[in-house]
Design a protein around this ligand. Structure first.
Ligand code: PLP
Length: 358
């Protein structure tokens, strides 16, 4: 991926170097406009990383101490940490075990008088069933904040993820579908007033130099990252096409293997395949079998947030969220990156098939 864009990215970095302007300048402004267009929103606010994007999004909505936010039980811990850093309490909702995404039918049971928002995560690049989540939120007066860190370019019924909620967060960590050359993130919204509030929050609470209206943060997208992201954003649709082709190859080559569950896609969802995740009760043994043949796999994520030491104070016990715990014990991410060939996919699939026959 990086070899193909090397000359263009280095030229962009040169341009920034020579500009002598490194934080919140022309590259960030241009990238924010281009990313807004890509996402179907009016405003993008570039920030330092995905966790800050989520935290600032919640802060801009006024969510804080005493509030509860509904989060997936099986997400990356950053989703929960953002709620914690805003001063609120994350309340887990179990996913649909087939798509691994937030199950709208389970939201009602998690509701309390303190619930203020829902934070759906488009896990593995699979869009959540947003119309049902938005309808539930509207019925109960809740805000929706999408965690779009893994799903840039995905759509549900034709609408881009990151454009459904009141204010939505994404990450450009290098391994994401749109990755920077370091840490970076962004917030997307249709609301001009929220965008203005977020611009203050990311830069010391000041809209104008030396006039600090609120106790803000220092979390700004820098010019070098924005310049690199502008180059890579132009390639993202083609890279997404490649990811979709690779997922289709996996689907074909892994069909009909007993004991192996392939990813399910919700009706209306057009995923961008950040990851291709299979499930098997013999996950660890399969992982070892593949590693012995030089095939690297990863586990996203082996321990759900409620069982992490960081969340011991909330008092969740093993067994409390059985769907998340089962998914964590059985999930395996197969190799997937733009440029992976059909022959390699076929070789990985035949190694998986050989193991499952044993
Ligand atoms: C990567 C990721 C984040 C956090 O992004 P950072 O830029 O690493 O802070 C949040 N949520 C999800 C689902 C992620 O995958």
């Amino acid at each position: 991926m990086h070899a193909a864009v090397r000359a263009d990215v280095l030229a962009a970095l040169d341009r920034v170097y020579d500009s002598n302007w490194y934080v919140l300048g022309e590259e960030v402004t241009q990238f924010e406009q281009e990313y807004s267009q890509f996402s179907g929103v009016a405003h993008t606010v570039g920030v330092g990383n995905g966790l800050d994007a989520l935290t600032l999004a919640l802060r801009a909505l006024g969510i804080g101490p005493g509030d509860e936010v509904l989060v997936p039980s099986n997400t990356y811990i950053a989703t929960w940490l953002a709620v914690t850093h805003a001063g609120a309490t994350p309340v887990p909702v179990e996913p649909d075990p087939l798509t691994s995404n937030l199950d709208p039918a389970r939201l009602a049971a998690a509701l309390s008088p303190r619930t203020r928002a829902i934070l759906p995560v488009h896990l593995y690049g699979q869009p959540c069933r947003m119309p049902e989540i938005l309808a539930f939120a509207a019925r109960h007066g809740l805000a929706v904040v999408e965690d779009n860190a893994q799903a840039q370019g995905a759509t549900f019924e034709g609408q881009p993820t990151g454009s459904f909620g009141a204010v939505n967060a994404t990450s450009f960590y290098p391994t994401k579908n749109l990755g920077a050359l370091g840490d970076a993130g962004a917030i997307t919204t249709h609301d001009a007033a929220l965008a203005e509030q977020l611009r203050r929050l990311r830069s010391y609470g000041a809209a104008h130099k030396n006039h600090h209206e609120l106790p803000g943060y220092n979390s700004r997208l820098d010019e070098l990252q924005a310049a690199a992201l502008r180059v890579k954003l132009r390639h993202l649709p083609a890279w997404t096409q490649q990811r979709r082709q690779i997922a289709a190859w996996y689907d074909a080559y892994l069909a009909g293997i007993p004991g192996l569950r392939r990813p399910a896609v919700a009706a209306g969802a057009a995923p961008v395949w950040h990851l291709y995740v299979v499930h098997t009760p013999r996950r660890d043994a399969l992982r070892q079998h593949l590693a012995a043949q030089g095939i690297e796999t990863l586990v996203h994520y082996p321990v759900p947030p409620h069982l992490q030491p960081a969340y011991a104070p909330l008092g969740w016990r093993a067994g409390a969220l059985p769907i998340a715990e089962t998914l964590a014990a059985t999930c395996l991410s197969l190799p997937l990156w733009p440029g992976l060939t059909e022959a390699t996919v076929a070789a990985v699939a035949s190694a998986v098939r050989a193991f499952c026959r044993e």
